[in-house]
Design a protein around this ligand. Structure first.
Ligand code: KMT
Ligand code: NI
Length: 179
């Protein structure tokens, strides 16, 4: 499974866990209500894994590339790290498969609270089009991830606020507040 929790709002290092006291875990069902999808796969087999192939086929994830996020491997590291952590949306799903290392994806819930999703090797995560989110490395400072996409990739972040963006409207329509 995957571990997720509601965040505190302290200004400390973004790479720290930022758990509340007392700890408030976020169940996978709550993530599902926000449109977040999750699979656990065998990252060592990513080149030949039939389960990954099946997911790619069903969701049309035709495109893949691998990014290596660490100080020594990512060009323009400081600027990228900063932009990953700016709250934003995309006009497509954000699909990330963690092949090595770890990191945090933060998503906003229906009440605009931050939920921190701790990802590590073998986690395949889909953040739906239009969800407000951000990414940070944790204190291990290293993530190697496969980025997947339907067709030709567009990674453009649209920083908050984006209330008029069609992808934001679409998101709110697809994943309304559960009653
Ligand atoms: C992105 O587009 O935000 C990234 O690729 C960073 C997260 S991938 C582990
Ligand atoms: Ni993003």
């Amino acid at each position: 499974t995957i571990e997720a929790w509601y965040m505190d709002d302290s200004d400390e290092d973004q790479r720290l866990p930022h758990k509340l006291n007392p700890h408030e875990p976020c169940p996978l069902s709550a993530l599902r209500d926000l449109g977040v999808l999750y699979w656990k796969l065998d990252a060592d087999k990513h080149e030949t894994d039939p389960r990954l192939a099946a997911i790619r086929k069903v969701y049309n994830y035709s495109y893949t590339e691998i990014v290596n996020i660490s100080k020594d491997t990512l060009p323009e590291y400081e600027a990228k790290i900063k932009s990953f952590y700016q709250e934003h949306i995309h006009s497509d799903d954000e699909i990330r498969y963690i092949l090595d290392g770890s990191g945090y994806f933060d998503v906003r819930d229906h009440s605009d609270r931050w939920i921190r999703i701790a990802t590590r090797k073998g986690d395949l995560l889909v953040l739906p089009e239009g969800i407000y989110h951000r990414f940070t490395l944790d204190t291990d400072n290293y993530t190697k991830a496969m980025r997947l996409f339907v067709g030709a990739p567009v990674w453009t972040p649209h920083n908050r606020p984006q209330e008029e963006h069609p992808s934001r409207a679409k998101y709110l329509e697809r994943f309304p507040v559960p009653v």
